[in-house]
Ligand binder design. Structure first.
Ligand SMILES: C[S@@+](CC[C@H](N)C(=O)[O-])C[C@H]1O[C@@H](n2cnc3c(N)ncnc32)[C@H](O)[C@@H]1O
Length: 313
């Protein structure tokens, strides 16, 4: 089979999640099943691996790849933000470990599904087109200039968000924008030439990231899915989250802090009233990053950061 996605930080995940014989593990972002396979090799035939992905192509591919593990594999096409109901429908009570490897797979980037600014494709970006939600083209052609500027700023951290939004609205006056190539060209021309390339990053990267996050409601899913996984862990169980940009990483870090009992009351209150309880021990005081060898071997691992927490109460 052609390579669907090269998983990142596999050794680190296995050593920190430490899957044992007979364990029940969740892979909330199945993708090509690389991490799942590594977990399945350790939990043996008495273990259970629940693999979730919202993309039907991931379920199809990983299903083939993991066939040899038979009854130990339970794959579900769903959004991991609905984790509670997925576990309930499978009759699974508690987890020994959970993994989220956020973002998109290499297959999604390469498969002409409208995520890529380096090729000219139909502007779509939906991880599951069957969900019937707005595509990237809908957003680019319907949102007001103000809303476009806000989303490009907020989810892309793009300093030229206003210029880019203005350029998009001007161009769509001449007809609907439907191709990634056209959007990339509009973004590039809206950024002053001397500031276009920063640290070898394509000038359309941040705008494409912002639109993708909105199309797939990615941050809302992390805000709901990671807490749901923590709730479902057994005492002693671990949750591992790999993120690829600071917006995701900030949500993971804050979620861990909240479950680690960090009080969120305003400092002026004489005592804690938010009910902060220490449920989680943060295992990775700093995020784990890939080795130089891994980055050389797999440049897409470059921006990955792994955080792990252990349920203690
Ligand atoms: C980086 S890839 C995971 C790769 C995987 N770890 C592997 O070893 O091949 C991320 C996957 O998560 C899926 N995904 C992203 N957000 C999701 C969500 N909210 N619910 C379910 N799946 C999601 C994507 O469709 C994609 O297949």
């Amino acid at each position: 089979m052609p390579e669907y996605h090269k998983p990142v930080l596999v050794n680190e995940i296995i050593s920190l999640l430490d899957p044992r014989e007979g364990g029940v593990f969740l892979d909330g972002t199945l993708g090509g099943g690389g991490h799942s396979e590594a977990i399945l090799e350790r939990i043996g035939s008495d273990g259970i691996l629940i693999g979730i992905d919202r993309d039907p192509e991931a379920i199809e591919y990983a299903g083939q790849r993991l066939k040899r593990f038979g009854e130990s594999v339970r794959l579900v096409r769903a959004n991991f933000r609905d984790l509670g109901s997925v576990l309930e429908s499978l009759g699974v009570g508690e987890l020994d470990g959970a993994l989220f490897d956020l973002g998109v797979s290499s297959h999604q980037l390469d498969a002409e599904r409208g995520f890529s600014f380096s090729r000219d494709e139909e502007l779509d970006m939906r991880m599951n087109p069957a969900e019937g939600t707005a595509s990237a083209a809908d957003i680019v052609n319907i949102y007001s200039e103000q809303n476009l500027a806000d989303l490009i700023w907020r989810y892309g951290e793009e300093r030229y968000s206003r210029r880019i939004a203005k350029a998009i609205v001007e161009r769509r006056g001449a007809g609907r924008i439907t191709r990634t190539g056209e959007l990339a060209e509009i973004v590039v021309s809206a950024i002053p030439a001397k500031n276009r390339w920063q640290q070898d990053i394509h000038p359309a990267t941040r705008t494409f990231q912002a639109i993708r996050i909105v199309v797939n409601r990615e941050l809302e899913a992390v805000e709901e899915g990671v807490p749901a996984a923590i709730e479902a862990l057994k005492i002693g169980g671990r949750v591992a989250v790999i993120s690829f940009h600071s917006l995701e990483d900030r949500i993971v870090k804050n979620t861990f802090r909240r479950y680690a009992g960090h009080c969120e009351c305003p400092p002026r209150l004489p005592e804690c009233r938010c009910g902060a309880k220490k449920v989680l021990e943060v295992v990775t005081k700093k995020p784990v990053i890939p080795s130089a060898d891994e980055i050389r071997d797999n440049p897409r691992s470059r921006s990955s950061r792994l955080r792990v927490g252990q349920k203690i109460a």
